[in-house]
Design a protein around this ligand. Sequence first.
Ligand code: BEZ
Length: 211
Amino acid sequence: MATLRLGDDAPNFTAMTTEGEINFHEWLADGWGVLFSHPADYTPVCTTELGATARMKEQFDGRNVKVAALSVDGLESHKGWIRDINETQHTEVNFPIIADEDRKVAALYDMIHPNADDKMTVRSVFIIDPDKKIKLMITYPASTGRNFNEILRVIDSLQLTAYKKLATPVNWKQGEDCVILPSVSNEEAHELFPQGFNEVKPYLRFTSQPN
Ligand code: BEZ
């Protein structure tokens, strides 16, 4: 299959998960989604990642984002491991973990990189918008835990673009000034941003982050 790229349709699938069978697009409904793979169950880095993701549920919910994890291990393995995650990470896993034993979903999303490991999935992350388009793809090596605060930061930026016609500058953090999309004229910017904006150059215009 062709390599996925930003802007492509997120492939749909039906899969068994720790919360029952899901049709991915129906499960996402009209919200945003994060699909992330981890190399294997009962591994240390993955255990910390899944625990942290569970503890961030309110932050994902507040942004209308559903989260699903995936590995190529089976359902019983996932269920046993969840008990360990809950115990060691002081949380309750509150999102589905896909049991992708036949690697169907891993193949659709190109999550197995054979020159890294031909059996396990790498650490892929996909952010999917309400139109089911892929908005972000990142790939981490198995030995490096991801930064889920960064994933939330990108979701905030994508939602500012989708809903407010704003982009976010280097190292932007929640509450800092944003930049106005180049496609927005100064006339429109005056209407959209009544708080005003600072035109450093015609192509570089800052405004405070709207609520
Ligand atoms: C882990 O999830 O802890 C892990 C998996 C594969 C290689 C190294 C670490």
